[in-house]
Design a protein around this ligand. Structure first.
Ligand SMILES: [Zn+2]
Ligand SMILES: [Zn+2]
Length: 560
């Protein structure tokens, strides 16, 4: 009989580390890092709008400490196209300079933001739902889920030792209007998982979320009763809702117009990806005045009371293309995001003053379909996944707590309620804190919002500009600045020239671009950010890079 001569000791594996930088104890700004054996990946990179601060700045996650702790991710995985999951990436990516994997719709949204910031877009890698990507010791599979934007995915994250499911945002929708219904099989195939990192948004809501198809039916029955113009306000990213409105317009003999830049932009991306193939031809906003009231269906952004939106102008009778009159109807087909109650109430009061009928989640609850799972859906997913442990994220503390209670009724262990900045360590048996990093709020003035430079206010021609010209010299690894910096502006600026020169030197030395064009692309966005943070006025910025050796501008630099 065979007897081992030496005792075989179980091999020891490193723990899996989980480090959330946003999204825990708050809704918005999701960013989670996973680390294993010295390798790190990031999941999502979202932003939040600080409604509570003057001028409503953007907040992005604080990632300053990552470099010093060797935690810079080598790949980013984006679960879906919502701003709270990808809105900060164009600001943060230049520090990471790594591949970004996402489904095509999210990639197109990122492409627009990256281009806007002057970043190169070749790091953006479109992935089809179902595909698997290897990143160091991690195997990451994109599992399609239903949510309020197409192509949303949960991520199965596998290391040599661990099986984690990061749910992203999801709901269990059997009639999603775009994309396949929620599939149980792909989750049953994963069971049992060690850990599920899970959407807590509606963990305190009993029951089941409404299907997108039901919301569309409710919209249609309200619109059928309308006699005048109809304005429906929804989120631009809810492409299924927009598609449904196109079909409803055709069935109710109305012509469709879109109002709002972000609506135009999303519809153009969705059309390009084939999601709106049967969408009816759109009427230009300026032609709306020529149509009979009962022929008009307008789809508009601005449901959150954004002060400069088309909807807000309509409510004040100040829209250049259209006046709403008594017996026209405005339908809010989006839930009020907490914190926006006041501007939304102002908006609705404006419509009521004009005699316009207002329909919303209070008059017709079926108009809204949440994109997040209520408790019945959470239980269903966990029956399929059979997780050993659960970590509630994507929610305020009360949602995380409700999620923990639900899990405990299913005998799923919730060892921790994650907080932003903490590092949790997962071994075979449990999840324990292994460190904390203090995070500072990183705010960006909202006038610099990536992707929104074309909105009516900021698209107004800048009457002030600043031109900067630099001489740069190729080095072994990139470029360096030499000689005098020249800057020129029609107005006097409180600009600290030395600080700018120091910042430019440090920045240019750190960029490993091969060509002047690449250097300019990587320098311009951060330069604009740096200047906007320090100057009291919004300026149009011109950056000219002049090669110090005799090569034409933008030509590919050959190796010495
Ligand atoms: Zn979200
Ligand atoms: Zn979402």
């Amino acid at each position: 009989m065979f007897r081992p001569r030496a005792q075989i000791r179980p091999r020891t594996y490193p723990p899996l580390l989980f480090h959330p930088l946003g999204g825990c104890g708050e809704i918005g700004m999701n960013l989670s890092l996973y680390g294993y054996d010295g390798h790190w990946i990031a999941v999502d990179c979202g932003m939040t709008i600080r409604q509570d601060l003057p001028d409503q700045p953007l907040q992005i996650p604080d990632v300053d400490h990552l470099a010093a702790h060797a935690m810079v991710p080598s790949a980013v995985f984006i679960t879906h196209g919502h701003e709270d999951h990808l809105g900060a990436l164009a600001w943060i990516w230049p520090r990471w300079n790594c591949p970004v994997y996402a489904t095509p719709l999210a990639i197109e949204m990122l492409r627009a933001k990256f281009s806007e910031q002057g970043l190169r877009v070749d790091a953006l890698k479109p992935i089809q739902p179902g595909a698997r990507v290897a990143a160091g010791p991690f195997g990451v599979t994109f599992l399609p889920v239903t949510h309020s934007i197409p192509e949303s995915c949960a991520l199965s994250i596998i290391t040599p030792r661990h099986k984690v499911l990061h749910t992203g945002d999801w709901k269990l929708d059997e009639r999603p209007l775009i994309g396949a219904p929620f599939s149980a099989a792909q989750f049953q195939a994963l069971a049992p998982v060690d850990l599920v990192v899970a959407d807590s948004t509606n963990a305190d809501v009993e029951g089941h979320s409404r299907s997108e198809a039901e919301a569309a039916e409710a919209l249609e029955s309200v619109i059928r009763e309308c006699r005048g113009r109809v304005v429906v306000s929804c989120f631009a990213s809810n492409i299924a809702r927009i598609k449904a409105l196109g079909a409803i317009a055709e069935r109710t003999n109305r012509r469709v117009a879109l109002l709002g830049r972000s609506m135009e932009r999303m519809v153009s991306i969705a059309t390009q990806l084939g999601y709106l193939d049967d969408f009816p031809p759109r009427v230009p906003a300026n032609d709306l005045g020529y149509l009979y009231a009962e022929e008009v269906l307008i789809i508009a952004t601005g449901s959150q009371g954004e002060p400069r939106s088309a909807l807000s102008r309509l409510s004040q009778g100040r829209h250049p293309a259209l006046d709403l009159l008594a017996d026209d109807d405005v339908i809010f087909s989006a839930r009020a995001i907490p914190g926006n109650e006041r501007p939304i109430a102002r908006l609705k009061a404006g419509f009521k003053r004009l005699g316009v009928n207002v329909h919303d989640e209070h008059t017709d609850p079926a108009l809204h379909a949440s994109g997040h799972p209520a408790r019945e859906e959470l239980r269903q997913l966990y029956r399929w996944l059979r997780p050993k442990m659960l970590l509630p994220v994507h929610g305020e503390a009360s949602h995380q707590q409700a999620h923990r209670e639900l899990a405990s009724t299913m005998d799923i262990h919730v060892p921790q309620l994650a907080k932003n900045g903490v590092v949790l360590s997962l071994d075979a048996e449990t999840l324990v804190p292994s460190g904390t990093h203090h995070l500072r709020p990183r705010l960006i003035a909202s006038r610099m919002r990536p992707g929104e430079r074309t909105n009516p206010v900021s698209a107004r021609r800048h009457d002030k500009s600043l031109s900067i010209a630099l001489n740069v010299l190729p080095t072994a690894t990139g470029w360096t600045r030499i000689g005098q910096m020249i800057w020129d502006s029609e107005i006097s600026l409180p600009l600290d020239e030395d600080a700018l020169a120091d910042w430019l030197d440090e920045r240019i030395d750190a960029i490993t671009a091969e060509t002047l064009l690449q250097l300019r692309q990587q320098l311009f966005g951060p330069l604009r950010e740096w200047l906007h943070e320090r100057l009291p006025v919004s300026l149009e910025i011109h950056l000219q890079l002049m090669p110090a050796d005799p090569q034409p501008e933008y030509e590919v630099r050959t190796a010495p």
